[in-house]
Design a binder for this molecule. Structure first.
Ligand SMILES: NC(=O)c1ccc[n+]([C@@H]2O[C@H](COP(=O)([O-])OP(=O)(O)OC[C@H]3O[C@@H](n4cnc5c(N)ncnc54)[C@H](O)[C@@H]3O)[C@@H](O)[C@H]2O)c1
Ligand SMILES: [Zn+2]
Ligand SMILES: [Zn+2]
Length: 381
């Protein structure tokens, strides 16, 4: 039992007071967990594009002031009453896609989405409608994506956390909290790529490169990466791509990225993935699919108000448009398998950590995201 159990904790956090403003690294108060809640000492958190998207103000659901961050790992400091999913001292990953195992979604066997904390999570509060964070002036601070990992201590719902093998390095496996799991899961679960399939991945960030490694694990015959940044070429091949196409440089006169991909694969791909969040790319990804059976999976998060379009004929002739959240992975029941894949060398995670910084450099960490040489910045508390 820890000495802080049942008491408020003062610690360092990065507060997002307003959209478009840098985060304020300051001391905050984190209240003890209530029933069915868990307080975690975060050891490491990475920065994902979704944090930057919400901080920029483009997220219509973004509410301020809040504590962002959803790609984090740490150690359970204390638990509230009625928690039986984790215990004090467990090494854990925070889950923005909860798994209660009881709701209609969880029991459907058809989706990893869970309805249990959805409504309150979207509003930035705990399931009882209140927040566990406030600043030293006493002002309440909202939660984010049910995780809020940009704080040395955070409180999450017991359905939003999974215990992992304590020998797994937290400064690496924090990436399984979002980007790596999202891409890898989209390939092996949502698409369920099979041996010999052809695959195209648009956008070679952490998500896209993880799709590549999922397709490689499934022994896809062709894995074509499409990215407008040539710096992504080497990484693409390192993670298992067989081809790299830069649509800004590698197209002949009159050629489009769609016609090029269709020509390269004798009629189109079995699977394509959008990992850019650009709705024009989403259309290209669909239209590059093979007639009759090709499936296109949307992973990227588009800016507010954007819509996708194509001619209905594309779907009438058998192409399928799908989406994937957190790679279709059920966080509590399937994270253990991903950790094992990582420990056995089947799933690359360390390779995505291109930058490491102390937590108080979090604003520079957001800057890193804009540079082609950054896949993920991991922050250490
Ligand atoms: N669905 C989910 O559960 C989920 C989870 C995590 C992230 N995301 C989203 O996935 C996307 C990718 O995340 P990431 O962290 O890998 O981002 P990233 O910015 O690191 O990577 C995006 C890549 O796309 C490339 N790109 C941009 N425009 C392009 C274009 N027109 N054609 C081809 N390539 C282009 C960029 O050069 C970059 O390499 C983001 O939109 C993110 O918000 C979704
Ligand atoms: Zn994310
Ligand atoms: Zn559920």
């Amino acid at each position: 039992m820890s000495s802080t159990q049942g008491k408020p904790i003062q610690c360092t956090a990065a507060v997002a007071y307003a959209p478009g403003k840098p985060l304020s690294v300051e001391q905050i108060i984190v209240d003890p967990p209530k029933a069915h809640e868990v307080r975690i000492k975060i050891t490491n958190t990475a920065i994902c594009h979704t944090d930057a998207y919400t901080l920029s103000g483009s997220d219509p659901e973004g509410a301020f002031p809040c504590i962002l961050g959803h790609e984090g790992a740490g150690i359970v400091e204390s638990v509230g009453p009625d928690v039986d999913t984790v215990k004090v001292g467990d090494h854990v990953i925070a889950l923005y896609t909860a798994e209660c195992a009881k709701c209609k979604f969880c029991k459907s066997g058809k989706t990893n989405l869970c309805g249990s904390v959805r409504a309150t999570q979207g509003k930035g509060v705990m399931p009882d409608g209140t927040t566990r964070f406030h600043n030293l002036k006493g002002e309440p601070l909202l939660h984010f994506m049910g995780c809020s990992t940009f704080s040395e201590y955070t409180v999450v719902a017991d359905v939003s956390v999974v215990a992992i093998d304590p020998t797994a390095p937290l400064d690496k496996v924090c990436l399984l909290g979002c980007g790596v799991t999202t891409g890898y899961g989209a390939a092996i679960k949502t698409a369920n790529v099979q041996k010999g399939d052809t695959v195209a991945v648009f956008g070679a960030g952490t998500v896209g490169l993880s799709v590549v490694q999922g397709a490689k694990a499934r022994e896809a015959s062709r894995i074509i990466v499409v990215d407008i940044n040539d710096d992504k070429k080497k990484w693409s091949f390192d993670f298992g791509a067989t081809d790299f196409v830069n649509p800004l440089k590698d197209l002949e006169e009159g050629e489009t990225i769609v016609s090029k991909l269709v020509e390269m694969t004798d009629g189109g791909l079995d699977f394509t993935f959008d990992c850019t969040g650009n709705v024009k790319v989403m259309r290209d990804a669909l239209e590059a699919c093979h007639k009759g059976w090709g499936q296109s999976i949307i992973i990227g998060v588009a800016a507010a108000g954007q819509e996708i379009s194509t001619r209905p004929f594309q779907l009438v002739t058998g192409r399928v448009w799908k989406g994937s959240a957190f790679g279709g992975v059920k966080g509590r029941s399937e994270m253990g398998g991903l950790i094992k894949d990582y420990q056995q060398g089947k799933l690359k995670v360390d390779e995505f950590v291109t930058h490491v910084r102390p937590f108080n450099e979090i604003n520079q960490g957001f800057e890193d995201l804009h540079h082609g040489d950054c896949l993920r910045t991991v922050l250490n508390f």
